[in-house]
Design a protein around this ligand. Structure first.
Ligand SMILES: [Zn+2]
Length: 144
């Protein structure tokens, strides 16, 4: 901790914003998260102010100080990533459905049909097969 103590500035008196050594921000304030952490949780940093930063030594820093920083945002203030518009959702659903629907017989599969055979019922079933062979029932979502 001695090496990273100089990166510890919870009040922001030294660096202007509250600053924590790498890995320590959650210990001090679990509401803080990096942009990529929020993104993984489906949250956006759009419109958010930088609430704090983490600071760490790195050979890849690309500056003379050898110090890298990453902005931290308040999870409690982050909003969900903008949802799709209804039109976008319909287009997505159509494309999704098309990839699951046999172009020859219209049967619906719960797997993506390969484009290699013209997106038809995949072997070994084939379009003429009414029932899925034993052990493959789970593959057939809905018989058209
Ligand atoms: Zn088919």
């Amino acid at each position: 901790m001695a090496a990273s103590a100089r990166f510890l500035d919870p009040a922001g008196s030294r660096y202007g914003v509250p600053t924590y050594p790498w890995g320590w921000s959650a210990v001090f304030d679990s509401d803080l998260a990096t942009k990529s952490q929020l993104r993984r949780e489906g949250l956006s940093t759009a419109g958010l102010e930088v609430a704090a930063q983490i600071m760490w030594r790195s050979n890849r820093a690309g500056n003379r100080s050898g110090v890298r920083t990453a902005a931290l945002y308040r999870r409690s203030l982050a909003r969900p990533v903008r949802p799709l518009t209804p039109a976008q959702e319909r287009a997505l659903a159509r494309a999704h459905l098309a990839r699951h629907t046999c172009t020859a017989c219209g049967r619906l599969w719960d797997l993506y049909l390969p484009t290699g055979n013209g997106r038809r019922c995949p072997p070994p079933f084939g379009c003429e097969q009414i029932e899925a062979p034993e052990g493959f029932e789970h593959v057939l979502a809905v018989a058209a």
